[in-house]
Design a protein around this ligand. Structure first.
Ligand code: PXP
Length: 244
């Protein structure tokens, strides 16, 4: 199983200070290039950024930086918004992961309604394929959505693990894990690569070992959260040393 590291929330911390500028100063902290290098050095298998229409975290320059300087496959998460599609086709990541996007949401809440977008998706997927960009669809582990994903011509599905991660009881978690197992089996049998992500954490990721055919887990928030706490003590010590 491979790990795609989602660096969106490195940009979230940076934008807390630099929201004013669409053009982010190259050394604005935390420096995205340094985060990219750390993930590469640690053995990540891929890098993910979500360029949202409202640019709340990742900015266009981040996407170009990862494209030009990154050494790993680049997965660009995005909605099928015309401006973002234009940028994605120009940047040319190895893969795009199509997600639904609503401005009011805190993070991507639901999976894509592939079955309900049957008319728009195949043409959009074809545009990416012409540029040799693989297409992944972020969907709930729902047979209808998985069949529609294969029919639309996707290469891959990313199974939405949000319901599993947010399950309120042990029995709900088991039930959601089973849906992921069955979804992965069906997706694989339809010839789709199977990825998964959203809400995975250091606590719950071990469950993913039971899900068959998983190629890549895309994980972000928990890794950036852990990075902050794992490094905070050293950061305070360094500041105190410089003040003395
Ligand atoms: N995969 C998709 C499609 C997502 O939208 C997100 C959230 O941006 C993730 C994975 C990563 O989720 P998390 O930050 O909870 O690990």
């Amino acid at each position: 199983m491979k790990l795609g590291v989602n660096l969106d929330h490195v940009a979230t911390v940076r934008q807390a200070r630099y929201r004013c500028c669409r053009k982010v100063p190259a050394r604005a902290e935390p420096v995205m290039l340094e985060a990219l290098r750390a993930a590469e050095k640690a053995g990540a298998h891929g890098i993910t950024l979500h360029l949202r229409e409202d640019r709340r975290h990742v900015q266009d320059d981040d996407v170009w930086m990862v494209r030009r300087r990154g050494r790993l496959p680049f997965n660009l998460e995005m909605a099928l918004h015309p401006e973002i599609v234009r940028i994605a086709l120009k940047v040319g990541p190895e893969e795009v992961c199509l997600v639904p996007e609503r401005r009011q949401e805190v993070t991507t809440e639901g999976g894509l309604d592939v079955a309900g977008m049957a008319s728009a998706l195949p043409a959009a997927i074809e545009r990416f394929h012409r540029k040799k960009i693989r297409v992944s669809l972020f969907v709930a582990p729902d047979p209808r959505q998985l069949r529609a994903s294969a029919a639309a011509g996707a290469d891959c599905v990313e199974l939405h693990t949000g319901a599993f991660a947010g399950a309120a009881s042990a029995s709900a978690r088991k039930r959601e894990a089973r849906r992921l197992v069955e979804g992965a089996r069906l997706a694989h049998s339809l010839g789709l690569q199977v990825n998964a992500g959203h809400g995975l954490s250091y606590d719950n990721v071990k469950w993913m070992r039971r899900v068959p055919h998983l190629d890549t887990l895309n994980i972000g928030h928990t890794i950036v959260s852990r990075a902050i706490l794992a490094g905070l003590e050293q950061a305070v010590r360094e500041m105190l040393r410089l003040m003395r």
